[in-house]
Design a binder for this molecule. Structure first.
Ligand code: SF4
Length: 84
């Protein structure tokens, strides 16, 4: 296999970023000021091809801030904690 066809795990894990809709809009929707609406971020995430991979990345890297994969900080925290 030619060396230039080898992709690292990191490259595969981050390939969803190439189609990330948030990269086309700017961070203000996804990292809003406290108390601001995240409705627009969630709407964009719902249409994003990389939503599942983005959410998996956020959960496995313990991303604490902002909207990732369509979930807010609190929603990701509840997901990590699981059912009670
Ligand atoms: S799911 Fe949302 S936060 Fe994740 S890459 Fe897509 S638009 Fe960005």
């Amino acid at each position: 296999m030619p060396i230039n066809t080898i992709t690292t795990t990191t490259e595969r894990e981050l390939s969803w970023q190439e189609t990330a809709l948030c990269a086309q809009t700017g961070p203000e929707f996804f990292f809003p000021a406290p108390g601001s609406s995240i409705r627009e971020a969630k709407r964009l995430c719902g249409a994003c091809e990389g939503r599942v991979a983005c959410l998996e990345y956020a959960l496995s890297n313990d991303e604490r801030f902002g909207v990732w994969g369509g979930l807010s900080e609190n929603e990701r925290l509840r997901l990590r904690r699981g059912p009670r």
